[in-house]
Design a protein around this ligand. Sequence first.
Ligand code: AMP
Length: 171
Amino acid sequence: MELLKEKIRDIPNFPQPGIVFKDITPLVKDPAALRLTVHELIHPFVTEPLSAVAGMEARGFIFGALAAWELGIGFIPLRKPGKLPYDVQSISYDLEYGSASLEMHVDAVGPGDRILVVDDVIATGGTAAASCKLIENQGATVAGCAFVIELAALEGRKLLKDYRLHCLLSF
Ligand code: AMP
């Protein structure tokens, strides 16, 4: 895990003053680090019955799609407003920097589906909590949430206390 931590680059004051952005591009560029990350990300869930992985735009697409591939299941994109072409369900939430909305196709998940939520970073937990709500609003179950990086001081865990949480690297 220390090896993976070395592949995360801190970018101070991005995208706003006071934010230390965790840049995962050195990690995803390194084939061994990327493979280990995806393997470790899905590890607790490989024996779970899962229907699909849901990943948040945009970095959640990278890890989420690879996790889905490794698990042998499909991928559901949760996107920023106006990007999905079919009918959508929307949700708004607060971010560490500002506020945001996410959308999911209305036929993406349904009753009986068990979904694994994947993103690169959990900060305040707002994005992940909103994603879980989108999934549950359509009658599906959140089987767990997996993140590469946890910014522990922001206590995102508290917002996700009702879910099975798996974070690889804590900062
Ligand atoms: P939050 O909703 O506060 O948990 O924020 C998580 C979302 O914002 C994830 O999609 C992250 O990609 C992004 N994010 C928040 N804070 C950071 C950070 N310090 N470095 C990189 N990404 C971040």
